[in-house]
Design a protein. Structure first.
Length: 328
């Protein structure tokens, strides 16, 4: 099963970049953003509706989703062979070029390095925000797995809507201005997202957010493909690798930020820095301390030479516990 899944991923990695590279070769320049948006709309629709359809087929019998994907892939391969024209790369007759040397024009170009770096950062931010969405919705709003699934469907619908609108925005504002406005809008929405009051508002915010991402992604891919017309397949392959690299790396920063936020929230109740193991233990006890009556009873039983130090620590814990309860 793992080997077949690996081979399916390798096949998708070979196929997907050719789609993005073929669009600028098959359509005139003024129609490229619109066709890119339509292609991304198909991808977004598969993400939005593929999971419910696959779940329904799996409930009937678990191998059915695999059989369905294999059958449709075979039909698509036949259609591509019959309908899509043969697009050969522009190379001199008899010339042979190493696959790695095709990346040299992109790596030596400042626009190429900046474009792919920006594409990586866009995917890094969106995937990092998406990585712990389910956990955040469960902890913050108490949503069940089924309710979180509806939010995920809203994300796919927003991505679908944005992909369909991408070409219209590019014609009216231009690709560069549309990309700039989309990035500024996304930055503001990401800042406001943690402060939304309800789960319905979160769903609406993510719908709008992924609509903006759906507008943004086709335009960025189209601008990357315009860097060098002779190596569009290489550019599309590098763009797909960049996206996959960002998807792989994104949960790391998200986990670090989530952990730091949890530690900050825990230590916010402590008036002293938890710079040693002893003070970390006492600061943790301060946020989750027992009832004051229990602590007074414990203090009455502890009579020894270190009674003064114990009394000082207990008084500090009592005061901190009262402050924590007042804040909550």
């Amino acid at each position: 099963m793992c080997l077949l899944r690996f081979l399916a991923g390798v096949s998708a990695a070979f196929t997907t970049p050719q789609v993005w590279a073929a669009i600028p070769s098959l359509y005139p320049q003024d129609r490229v953003p619109r066709m890119m948006g339509i292609a991304y709309a198909g991808l977004a629709a598969s993400q939005a509706f593929g999971v419910p359809i696959g779940s329904g087929l799996a409930q009937v019998r678990w191998p059915l989703p695999f059989f369905a994907i294999g059958l449709f892939s075979l039909l698509l391969a036949v259609c591509v062979q019959l309908l899509v024209p043969d697009i050969k790369p522009r190379m001199a007759a008899g010339a042979r070029r190493s696959p790695l040397r095709r990346y040299v024009p992109l790596l030596t170009s400042a626009r190429g390095r900046g474009g792919f770096l920006g594409y990586f950062l866009i995917h890094l931010g969106s995937n990092a925000a998406f990585a712990f969405l389910g956990k955040w919705l469960t902890v913050r709003f108490g949503l069940s797995v089924g309710q979180i699934g509806y939010v995920i469907i809203a994300l796919g619908l927003g991505n679908l809507l944005g992909s369909l609108l991408s070409g219209g925005f590019a014609r009216r504002l231009g690709p560069v201005r549309t990309t700039t406005f989309a990035l500024l809008f996304l930055a503001g929405l990401y800042v406001a997202l943690p402060h939304v009051p309800s789960a319905w508002a979160v769903g609406a915010a993510y719908l709008i957010l992924f609509t903006a991402l759906g507008i943004l992604f086709p335009l960025v891919v189209a601008m990357l493909n315009a860097l060098n017309a002779s190596i569009r397949g290489t550019i599309s392959s590098l763009a797909t690798s960049t996206m996959n690299a960002a998807t792989t790396v994104a949960p790391g920063p998200a986990a670090i930020c989530s952990r730091r936020r949890a530690v900050t929230a825990q230590s916010a109740c402590s008036p002293l820095p938890a710079c040693s193991r002893r003070w970390r233990r006492w600061s943790t006890a301060a946020c989750c301390a027992p009832k004051p009556s229990r602590l007074r009873a414990l203090a009455g039983k502890k009579r020894s030479n270190g009674c003064d130090r114990l009394r000082q620590k207990l008084i500090w814990v009592l005061n901190t516990n009262i402050l924590c309860r007042m804040d909550s």
